[in-house]
Design a protein around this ligand. Structure first.
Ligand code: FES
Length: 119
């Protein structure tokens, strides 16, 4: 068990490792992200959490970045590394964005409008 002092964290990456994302290399994505964070010596900038299903299985592998509230789809290990480098520069992986939080989640692409309607 670990208890981190998370003060100063600027980006929290939630890396989905539910069953669909695992099938789409979710564990490798998490490892690639962790390696890139280490390579960039950015451990105090990022915090990462592997999660259960985030409810967007057709977008596997899903990675969510807070505080921006950006949901990314189709993240591969290679894209995970790019995501880390972009986040350090305050940039986003625009091509893979599905949602962005702006008081509520709003679709960033047509893909974000697909799926079952929640009640
Ligand atoms: S398993 Fe990742 S969104 Fe469902």
């Amino acid at each position: 068990m670990t208890t981190w002092n998370l003060q100063g964290t600027q980006c929290h990456l939630l890396i989905c490792n539910g069953s669909s994302c695992k099938k789409h290399r979710g564990k490798e994505v998490a490892e690639a992200i962790e390696k890139e964070i280490e390579k960039q010596d950015a451990g105090s900038f990022f915090h990462t959490t592997m999660t259960a299903c985030n409810g967007r299985c057709s977008d596997a592998c899903v990675v969510i970045a807070y505080p921006e509230g950006v949901w990314y789809r189709g993240i591969t290990p290679k894209l995970g590394k790019v995501l880390v480098r972009k986040a350090l520069k305050g940039k986003r992986l625009k091509e893979n964005m599905v949602y962005k939080f702006d008081k509520e989640l709003k679709a960033s692409s047509e893909r974000g409008m697909r799926g079952k309607k929640k009640r």
